[in-house]
Design a protein around this ligand. Structure first.
Ligand SMILES: [Zn+2]
Length: 429
């Protein structure tokens, strides 16, 4: 019995995506508006990269996917998630909906449950959530530690995160754990002196929940100590800031050259001025996560203020078990349009190219030659349906690093149509 010859040459691994009624490229060099829109378009993929993008007559390719007049866009880049946790806090959500305020203390409940969970249980739970993200069109996601809060548990979460993504964030300063409630500065000592040496080699980013309005979070001095120590270990900063009220987070983000300041629900005029002044010098991206405000019945931020000041804005899910247990980037886009004052095009850019900017990446969030072949498919003729049809499952991942997902299976045409592989657990994200 002979095996069929395996495709070996680059040419043979080419895949053409065609039949695209509307293609969002985010490529400014096309000079087709802020989203680099092409119509009647195609994308040629070689291996895990985009080889060419165009409109009109497509080139020949050995494998062909016809999306039948739908919209294709770069996969969503979710630059802020907390997907490594155990336990269920749905009762806390119900209590909040009965009128109890969010104080940040619920994080300690998840810390207790996460410490008690086995590696296998955590891995299986997170794999299911990552698959949920992919099924909705998210192709890159950042993942934070922060529910361990001991040296060993934080390191364990970072090792597990590496099974799912390269965008790994050390968030040892997520909350002061219960055992340090009477002495938060001693916990900051632990983070700086014992956690960082163990955890820094396992992460790319450092994050701090800088929020003087929460008794479980960290003030300006504590945040500065963690960021100073972490940057000495080579970690790059990003911050939770100004979520529950005006605070020092945005100013610290500028001072420490953070890639992003996230939440930013309460930006002061001075914050906007600082962020705008830093913007031309690779200053922090402002990342809004409106499902948090939705799920906590909190007032929404006004995205127009940073946008109109020239600050780069990203959208992310903040999927976490307490304040926002949703991984939906499409719903995030819809809310940003409905409640944050963004146009559909601004929101779509922020959820793709904006997320890439918040991760300081130029190979994702954009569809141009050389970029990663991460494509989202919208079961609609226009990108605007993302905001126009909230809550409707229109988007899915079509290609993840060039690999067709189950959503692509029915779209293969021609003699070289092939079965698809699933691309969930352990895949690059
Ligand atoms: Zn968060």
């Amino acid at each position: 019995m002979t095996e069929p010859a395996k495709a070996t040459s680059l040419q043979e691994t080419e895949l053409l995506v065609t039949g695209i009624r509307e293609l969002v490229t985010n490529d400014p060099s096309l000079e087709r508006g802020s989203l680099g829109l092409l119509h009647n378009a195609w994308v040629l993929v070689r291996g895990d990269r985009i080889a060419a993008v165009g409109d009109g007559t497509p080139p020949a390719a050995p494998r062909r996917l016809d999306v039948g007049g739908r919209c294709v866009l770069p996969g969503f880049v979710d630059s802020h998630t907390h997907l490594l946790f155990a336990g269920d806090r749905s009762e806390e959500f119900a209590a909040r909906m009965r009128g109890e305020a969010y104080s940040g203390g619920g994080i300690r409940v998840t810390v207790r449950d996460t410490r008690a969970a086995s590696d296998a249980a955590l891995r299986a739970h997170t794999a299911a959530l990552v698959a949920e993200c992919h099924s909705q069109g998210t192709t890159t996601l950042e993942m934070k530690s922060g529910y361990g809060l001991t040296v060993a548990d934080e390191a364990r979460l970072l090792r597990l995160a590496a099974e799912f993504t390269d965008e790994i964030t050390f968030l040892g300063a997520h909350a002061v754990p219960a055992e340090y409630a009477d002495d938060p500065d001693a916990y900051v000592d632990l983070v700086c002196e014992r956690m960082l040496p163990q955890c820094a080699p396992l992460a790319k980013w450092v994050d701090v929940f800088c929020e003087p309005h929460s008794s479980a979070a960290f003030d300006a001095d504590q945040t500065s100590r963690v960021l100073e120590a972490a940057t000495q270990y080579g970690l790059r900063p990003r911050l939770h800031g100004a979520q529950l009220g005006p605070g020092p987070g945005p100013e610290l983000a500028v001072r420490f050259h953070a890639a992003s300041v996230d939440h930013s629900t309460y930006l002061s005029d001075a914050d906007i001025d600082r962020l705008a002044a830093a913007a031309p010098h690779d200053g922090p991206v402002v990342t809004f996560m409106p499902i948090v405000e939705f799920s906590t019945r909190h007032p929404y931020p006004d995205a127009r203020r940073p946008l109109d000041a020239g600050v780069t804005v990203a959208l992310a899910s903040d999927c976490n078990p307490g304040t926002c247990f949703s991984s939906s980037m499409p719903l995030t886009v819809a809310m940003a349009v409905r409640d944050l004052g963004m146009t559909p095009d601004e929101a779509i850019w922020a959820a793709t190219a904006g997320g890439a900017a918040a991760l300081r990446r130029t190979d994702i969030g954009i569809l141009r030659p050389g970029a990663r072949a991460d494509l989202a498919l919208l079961d609609a003729p226009s990108r605007i349906h993302l905001a126009y049809r909230p809550g409707v499952p229109l988007s899915s991942t079509l290609l993840l690093g060039g690999v067709p997902t189950p959503a692509a299976a029915p779209l293969f045409t021609g003699p070289n149509a092939e079965p698809t592989r699933t691309t969930t657990e352990g895949s690059p994200a």
